[in-house]
Design a protein around this ligand. Structure first.
Ligand code: PEP
Length: 254
């Protein structure tokens, strides 16, 4: 079965609930009846409920940008999977490079969150990607393999294709995030092929063949088509260009 592309908006720490509602008023008519791609918007926690209400009946899914691995507990400032489930979030971004960089998230922590996400039937979008110094030192492959293995650790033992099918990986070269620099399609395809081959080794060919691997890093309306036309790029994780309804709609309608 062909993989349905997924285009996800990561709003980071932008937009109040009112601004999020305003976005949806303008965005939804621009993507009405769009069925070719799965569309997901991940606002900040405070806007998730209002955005879910605004998106009702539209086919646009709503996700979170992060999640704790525990169902509940003494974790001040954190948000649990049960809380997100209760309000209707369906997707969750895990291990974004900004979480790794500013909040010290490790592959081990992301792995715990991934297991929780699967347990609670979220669609997890697990982010991997090298920083500029790693690319320049020729370490891209090593970093992507380490992150892929670390994030998927422990899933090797007997996970079925059905259990693994929600997993989405986003390849986001860190040097391309928010910088206006984009990986060339060739760079992205090499990274995607490497990740897919590693997932095949870890979880089997069926899981790897069904795995959606997104590209993220300065995706804009003017480069979306080139990137999305690559057979091994199964969608995009979009930051800056997803904040504006017209711009995000143009990317979705690549
Ligand atoms: C991101 O936040 O995941 C991202 C890719 O950001 P940008 O599109 O702004 O580079």
């Amino acid at each position: 079965m062909p993989r349905k592309p997924l285009i996800a908006a990561n709003w980071k720490m932008y937009k109040t609930p009112v601004q999020a509602q305003e976005f949806f008023k303008l965005f939804l008519p621009l993507v009405a009846n769009h069925d070719r791609d799965e569309i997901v918007v991940c606002p900040s926690f405070t806007s998730i409920s209002v955005v879910i209400a605004a998106a009702t009946g539209s086919g646009v899914a709503i996700g979170a940008q992060n999640m704790h691995f525990a169902d509940e507990g003494a974790y001040t400032g954190e948000t649990s999977p049960l809380m997100l489930k209760a309000i209707g979030a369906t997707h969750v971004i895990l291990g974004h490079s900004e979480r790794r960089q500013y909040f010290a998230e490790t592959d081990e922590l992301i792995n715990k969150k991934l297991k929780t996400a699967l347990h609670h039937q979220f669609i997890p979008i697990v982010c991997v990607g090298e920083v500029l110094a790693e690319r320049e030192a020729g370490k891209t492959e090593e970093v992507l393999l380490r992150q892929t293995r670390g994030c998927l650790a422990g899933l090797t033992a007997g996970i079925s294709a059905a259990e693994a099918s929600p997993i989405v990986i986003a390849y986001e070269p860190v040097w391309a995030i928010g910088t206006g620099k984009t990986a060339t399609p060739q760079m992205a395809c090499e990274a995607h092929a490497l990740i897919r081959a590693e997932v095949a080794r870890l979880l089997g060919n069926e899981v790897a063949d069904n795995l959606r691997i997104l590209y993220g890093g300065s995706v804009k309306p003017d480069n979306a088509t080139t990137l999305m036309n690559e057979p091994d790029i199964d969608g995009a994780l979009v930051g800056g260009a997803s904040l504006d309804p017209q711009s995000f709609a143009k990317i979705v309608n690549y």
